[in-house]
Design a protein around this ligand. Structure first.
Ligand code: GLY
Ligand code: MN
Ligand code: MN
Length: 420
């Protein structure tokens, strides 16, 4: 849990916050999120990014008072009754005796997390009380969705500002976007692992796919590979869209029988040790692309390849989008394209980031042009994950072919009933 990169990230965060301080006290608070009763807990990505801590109801606090910068990790108490349901949390707050000596649990939390300042989560308001008159700015994680952090931030803000109407609320969004933009070598290593598992699942799709299967049977093949290779969870709901469904961008009901002649868009990704992959390929149900399918596939692949030749540090995602739109317009197919070409990828399948910011070395983005002709039931998307470098990019998913001939060759191998 404790690793030098978490501490390094926190230092950078603190430096950015210090630039925003106005002379009075500035605080920033990030929350790990809450756990649904029957849900697997997954920490709010921004909280996790700075702490590596994967327990619900925890908070990370930074307090900037002039030149003095303090930080604290607020953890839930050990709860033996709850542990009978959910297991013991990886770390818990423990306590300090009257002489200020940490007990075994707190010592363990300090060792595991690398924080020298660990508190009980319910102490956070008490901790802040002594500073209340001097706090002018409160930076919170209002924008994260899906993990309860935004909800906590609103609650926290209401509670803190109720008696201090002159405090100002700010969002950590821009700082987080800029810090999370370039991935370090640890993160890139994890993404390579996630991509390798996801690519293997695509290989299994090619070995398994045939008319007569249901979309959910392919989903099962994919998620078998994810789970059996140590994937943590899906990075997003598996998309297996055949025939008409191939033209629905985020179709994930996966309930239709796959028919002869269908194209099958398979947009899949695993999360491995918190990092995501996001890879799409489009396969012909019966192993051969039709003449018409080939025409559109070729256009999408050319758009994809053009982006890969174009992408490098300094280029903006907005420019990539524009390039693909212009290329499609020239080919007369722009009316069949409805989405952006790229998004950042990292702890989240859709990592945040401004489309107008020039990409920096170390950014990982997707390249996913598509075409969707619903009348003709032709949907095609080809999606790879690339690492931005100074003078170009590395296709992290290069091992997974995009070539129609190669795909047909792989699919020509005898279909087995069970190929896993
Ligand atoms: N799988 C979701 C996306 O490609 O954006
Ligand atoms: Mn995708
Ligand atoms: Mn994507």
């Amino acid at each position: 849990m404790s690793a030098p990169h978490f501490e390094k990230r926190r230092k950078l965060f603190q430096q950015e916050l210090a630039k925003l301080a106005t002379g009075k006290i500035l605080i920033a608070v990030l929350h790990s999120g809450t756990k649904g009763r029957l849900d697997q807990f997954y920490p709010n990505p921004n909280f996790y990014y700075f702490t590596g801590v994967d327990v619900p109801d925890a908070a990370y606090l930074v307090l900037i008072d002039g030149k003095k910068i303090s930080e604290g990790l607020f953890l839930p108490p050990s709860n033996p009754l709850q542990a009978r349901w959910d297991g013991e949390g990886a770390v818990s707050a423990g306590w300090m005796d009257r002489t200020g000596r940490p007990d075994k649990l707190r010592l363990n939390a300090m060792k595991e997390t690398g924080f020298s300042t660990v508190y009980l989560n319910s102490e956070i308001y008490g901790y802040l009380e002594r500073y209340l008159d001097k706090i002018s700015d409160v930076y919170l994680d209002f924008t994260s969705d899906g993990y309860g952090s935004s909800e906590y931030s609103h609650f926290f803000w209401q509670k803190l500002s109720a008696s201090k109407p002159f405090m100002k609320a700010g969002s950590v969004k821009n700082i987080l976007h800029s810090l999370r933009h370039s991935k370090d070598s640890f993160e890139i290593g994890k993404m390579r692992e996630a991509i390798a598992i996801t690519a293997e699942a695509h290989e299994k799709i090619m070995a398994h796919l045939r008319p007569g299967l249901y979309e959910y049977e392919l989903q099962a093949v994919v998620e078998y590979v994810f789970t059996s290779r140590g994937g943590q969870q899906n990075a997003f709901d598996t998309i297996i869209g055949s025939g008409k469904n191939s033209t629905v961008l985020h179709y994930n009901r996966n309930e239709k029988r796959i028919e002869k002649g269908d194209l099958v868009v398979c947009d899949i990704g695993v999360r491995k040790d918190y990092y995501c992959a996001d890879l799409t390929r489009t396969y012909p149900a019966d192993g051969r692309f039709t003449k018409k399918q080939r025409i559109y596939y070729d256009i999408v692949l050319e758009a994809h390849d053009r982006v890969i030749r174009f992408a490098k540090a300094g280029v903006k995602i907005a420019e990539i989008n524009m390039m693909v739109n212009e290329f499609y317009a020239k080919k007369g197919v722009d009316k069949f394209y409805f989405h952006g070409t790229s998004h950042h990828l990292g702890i989240e399948a859709h990592d945040g980031g401004n489309l107008e910011d020039p990409l920096k070395e170390g950014a990982v983005i997707t390249v996913e042009p598509g075409l969707y002709l619903s009348e003709e039931e032709i949907g095609i998307r080809i999606e790879d994950d690339i690492l931005i470098k100074k003078n170009g990019c590395e296709v992290l998913s290069r091992a997974l072919t995009t070539d129609m001939g190669e795909i047909e060759k792989k699919m020509a191998a005898p279909r087995k009933k069970i190929v896993i």
